[in-house]
Design a protein around this ligand. Structure first.
Ligand SMILES: [Zn+2]
Length: 75
């Protein structure tokens, strides 16, 4: 079973998701409103999800580097 990205929900199974460019810090959902720092900087998971809905990437600066999910990555 490949892990779903906590940000975009696709089964990319990567530390840094190629679909939304969220980097999974191993953060549990209950604290999703808290920005934990690290690879995502001051971006919280909730903000990243909102950005993905708006821009198709966890941050607008990643719009050029993300790719569309493959059919096998769609949950
Ligand atoms: Zn993702």
């Amino acid at each position: 079973m490949i892990n779903r990205c906590p940000c975009c929900g696709y089964r990319t199974g990567c530390i840094t998701c190629p679909v939304c460019f969220w980097t999974d810090p191993g953060q549990a959902d209950p604290s999703a409103f808290v920005a934990v720092g690290g690879p995502n900087g001051d971006l919280s998971l909730n903000e990243a999800r909102l950005n993905f809905a708006l821009y198709g990437a966890s941050h607008p600066r990643y719009r050029e580097v993300v790719r569309k999910p493959r059919p096998d990555e769609i949950p």
